[in-house]
Design a protein around this ligand. Structure first.
Ligand SMILES: [Zn+2]
Length: 383
């Protein structure tokens, strides 16, 4: 423990040194927003967010050419570690699983989205806001156990990995949609309205009533999420629910984000995105996060790391390089051999380079695009 802490401190010191004294979120900014497609509604919507980002972009423009050996930093939009700790008694030291401290360091993680995953079956007949509260407490315990590695967004810490919060399975908020405001105020950036089953707010990709879409209450929650400065997560939604989110996002000038969803044209699974949905995400300035769960990568046979590359290439072709990110589903899904935990992300980077992507392209997928959407703010100040 002591030895590990000492090593971590050394790593933190190296990291801060490498970044310069302005290290942390502000220095990261959102340089890739400068490359967002002009004329898209996203560019307008992210105008406020990019005032800070443009400073960072200008700063990066004056930097020396990039070191070809520099690691590809990772911002991962979906890592289910909190659920493992909360429901399966994994120790907060995170000694096992896909996203241990050592694996995050080896994978060059700089950002991780930890979901408050409110399982449909959690501990009652239906999930409740109190479950989300309890999960927030679990995430705080995880972060407190790793002060040299993890810090909450905006905490001003030198710890190298920024932890962002999301909600997966937001059906609990049917109990009280106004309760979402206080979770967003406490740092939740992304809100999903369903998980594997239909909720009173929306229908699920794997639910029973996939034709119905968002309920009035679901739409109210979606509008509330955007007004408070967070984003709706369309991963796990049915096609009808996705379609209902599109006008809500447009009205808010917000990017549509699917934190952990692949391409249905490559693997025909209901959890994956159609080309039409990928285009809607692109038009909004949003992203889809590549999911490493085997059944979403290929519908027959054993998935391989190469399958992730196939999905990435298709999603880039349909949506564009600015709209693909990483949403591993580590600690929630079953990643393929060769991409078995967070330490293997550099191998994915190499595979993408070998498939013809440029280093700049890989940086966008690994961190730049996610950073852009996580920095989104509404044009009107949040309530
Ligand atoms: Zn999920």
């Amino acid at each position: 423990m002591t030895k590990r802490a000492t090593q971590s401190s050394a790593l933190v010191w190296l990291f801060v040194t490498a970044l310069g004294c302005g290290g942390g979120d502000a220095a990261h900014g959102a340089p890739s927003s400068a490359g967002a497609p002009s004329g898209s509604s996203a560019a307008d919507g992210s105008a406020t967010a990019s005032s800070a980002a443009s400073v960072a972009a200008q700063a990066s423009a004056t930097q020396a050419p990039e070191d070809p050996d520099a690691p590809f930093e990772v911002i991962d939009l979906h890592v289910d570690t909190p659920y493992e700790v909360h429901m399966k008694n994994r120790p907060v030291s995170l000694p096992e699983g896909h996203a241990t401290p050592d694996a995050l360091r080896a994978g060059h993680y700089v950002g991780i989205v930890y979901p408050l995953y409110i399982a449909d079956y959690m501990n009652h007949d239906h999930p409740r806001v109190a479950d989300a509260e309890a999960l927030l407490g679990t995430i705080d315990r995880i972060l407190a156990a790793h002060p040299d590695l993890l810090h909450r967004e905006g905490a001003g810490s030198a710890a190298p990995v920024t932890a962002y919060l999301s909600i997966e399975g937001g059906g609990a908020f049917a109990e009280d949609v106004t309760a979402i405001d206080r979770f967003i105020a406490r740092g939740v950036r992304l809100v999903g309205l369903v998980h594997a089953h239909d909720s009173p707010l929306a229908t699920s990709a794997t639910g029973k009533d996939r034709k119905r879409g968002l309920s009035d209450q679901g739409k109210e929650l979606g509008r509330r999420v955007y007004a408070a400065g967070a984003l709706v997560d369309v991963s796990h939604m049915s096609d009808a629910s996705f379609a209902d989110v599109v006008p809500l996002a447009k009205a808010a000038g917000a990017p549509i984000v699917a934190t952990h969803s692949n391409a249905r044209a490559v693997a025909k699974h209901k959890r994956n995105l159609t080309d039409e949905q990928l285009r809607a995400i692109a038009a909004s300035g949003g992203v889809a996060g590549l999911n490493f769960h085997g059944p979403y990568l290929r519908t027959a046979g054993k998935a391989k790391l190469a399958d992730v590359v196939v999905h990435a290439k298709h999603m880039i072709e349909v949506a564009g390089i600015e709209h693909v990110a990483i949403g591993s589903d580590f600690d929630g899904g079953n990643p393929p051999k060769g991409l078995g935990d967070a330490s293997k992300l550099p191998d994915l980077a190499q595979a993408l380079l070998a498939a013809g992507l440029s280093r700049a392209d890989v940086r966008k997928i690994f961190s730049g695009n996610a950073r852009r959407v996580l920095a989104w703010q509404p044009a009107a100040p949040p309530r």
